[in-house]
Design a protein around this ligand. Structure first.
Ligand code: URP
Ligand code: ZN
Ligand code: ZN
Length: 480
């Protein structure tokens, strides 16, 4: 029996196992895992790891913002960068703006996404949960395979009140959806930001001072407590430090269904970078803020304990130069008017492998779980995405575990004019990426055929199923 492609002689790594085998691909799918497989095309993986393609379950791509700007990273350039870094599925965000239905931008975002060269699922941002949105729009959106909602507890055009958050939790519980939360305290940040500006401190470094750990910790605690009240599972995005992970761990120990992710920026960057001269610090500005040296070790401990079980990039396509990115409000804009977020699609897998596996903090299996398998399970894509097994999409990476690489912006292959990881030394790098059986990256040369990416409709993740435990046995979410 012959296959279209055989990846021969590599060490296959899944979240659970490591073994030497060939992988046989027929069409777009993994057809066999065995020994001495024959193929029309044979890819030699001797001495290399064979991994499931990465799933970046939190990234911002060609996303419309409240000020009318669009993230500079298009689906085409995001695909190029993702493939370059060994990622084969993205989960970006469809927008909603206050005072508007979701439908106001749904067709436009769907049209952008339809040109995607990379497979994608979607999260739906909810900023204005009116009755019309909750009853009229969300049931169709969720039934259509967008089964995760993001809510922001801060940010001026986006933040929801506790009352609005509760309403969305209740609807998510009734309809079956994962709720993802950006946890920072809105009023606390506004209060400290205003004081910093009054004190004459408009520079990028003030970003970190405006939102210290306790601001994130309080909102995380509140997000979890309200989710516990509703008995709706939640996933906490971009956890920046151990103190926040501790809130999650305490709730998990009580049996509350809360999960969390962190991102490479919290593993290798610190707030010190934002104090660079001039506005250069804006390159490192993201929310929550990168913390202090030493905080990364606490995050790795939380990862090893399973408290945090996904590493996403939270990629944001804002260039440093030019009028559409970090300087959209002018080169002298104060820290409250500089767009938040850093690019990281191509760097995510390499930094996680290098800091995690190469430095002995986690196993290669844990790396696969963090970057592919758990994101697939959490967001309802497992069965097609996130592992190496017959019947799964042939999304695969041939990985050189020993390759030493110095990260540069050119290696990122994104549309953005900088990487916050410039000069970072990593060990471990993708040599080849296959997306649904097509070789899309070979030795850094990327092919991105427009429209080849498919929308992957998410199923209800077991992680999003409520426990069936509500205070006093009274389920307010079920009262219409
Ligand atoms: O700074 C960040 N993280 N920007 C992107 C939007 C978000 O909060 O995820
Ligand atoms: Zn966020
Ligand atoms: Zn984000």
């Amino acid at each position: 029996m012959s296959y279209d492609i055989v990846i021969r002689g590599g060490t296959v790594v899944t979240a659970g196992d490591t073994f030497c085998a060939d992988v046989g691909i027929r069409g777009e799918t993994i057809a066999a895992i065995g020994v001495d497989l024959d193929g029309d095309r044979v890819l030699d993986a001797t001495g290399r790891l064979v991994l499931p393609g990465g799933i970046d379950s939190h990234c911002h791509v060609e996303q419309l913002e409240g000020d009318g700007s669009v993230h500079e990273e298009s689906f085409a350039s995001a695909a190029r960068s993702a493939f370059a870094g060994g990622t084969t599925t993205l989960i970006p965000f469809a927008p909603q703006f206050k005072g508007q239905p979701i439908g106001a931008h749904a067709a436009e975002y769907a049209a952008r996404a339809a040109r995607s060269p990379i497979d994608y699922a979607l999260h739906q941002i909810i900023t204005d949960p009116t009755e019309a949105v909750l009853r009229g729009e969300l049931p169709g959106i969720i039934a259509g395979g967008v089964r995760s909602l993001k809510m922001f507890l801060t940010y001026d055009p986006f933040h929801v009140t506790d009352a609005e958050y509760l309403k969305v939790l209740a609807v998510a519980k009734r309809l079956g959806a994962t709720v993802c939360v950006h946890c920072e305290n809105y009023e606390a940040i506004r209060w400290r930001s205003a004081a910093l500006l009054r004190a004459g401190r408009p520079e990028p470094a003030s970003h970190a001072l405006s939102r210290p750990k306790v601001v994130e910790r309080e909102a995380t605690h509140r997000a979890i407590a309200l989710a516990e009240l509703v008995d709706q599972p939640i996933h906490i995005f971009h956890v920046s430090c151990a103190e926040v992970a501790e809130e999650i761990a305490r709730a998990q120990a009580r049996g509350v269904k809360v999960t969390g992710e962190t991102c490479p920026q919290y593993l290798v960057l610190t707030a010190v970078e934002m104090a660079r001269a001039g506005r250069e610090g804006a390159k490192f500005m993201c929310s929550p803020s990168p913390r202090e040296a030493g905080d990364a070790e606490g995050l790795w401990a939380a990862i090893r304990a399973g408290t945090l079980d996904i590493i996403s990039s939270d990629h944001c396509g804002y260039s440093y130069e030019g009028p559409n990115g970090k300087a959209i409000n002018g080169e002298t804009a104060d820290f409250t008017r500089i767009p938040n977020g850093v690019p990281g699609l191509a760097a995510r897998m390499a930094i996680t492998f290098s800091e995690g596996v190469a430095k002995g903090r986690i196993t290669a299996n844990a790396f696969v779980a963090l970057t592919a398998t758990t994101p697939a399970k959490r967001f309802g894509l497992y069965g097609r995405k996130g592992s190496i097994a017959p019947g799964f999409d042939a999304d695969l990476v041939i990985w050189d575990a020993g390759r030493a690489v110095t990260l540069t912006n050119a290696l990122m292959q994104h549309a953005i004019d900088y990487t916050p990881y410039e000069g970072l030394e990593v060990t471990g790098w993708p040599l080849m990426t296959l997306a649904r059986g097509r070789v899309v990256m070979e030795d850094g040369r990327v092919t991105v055929p427009e429209g080849q990416g498919r929308f992957v409709a998410a199923e209800l993740s077991p992680d999003a199923r409520p426990r069936g435990l509500v205070p006093g046995g009274f389920d307010a979410a079920l009262v219409d």
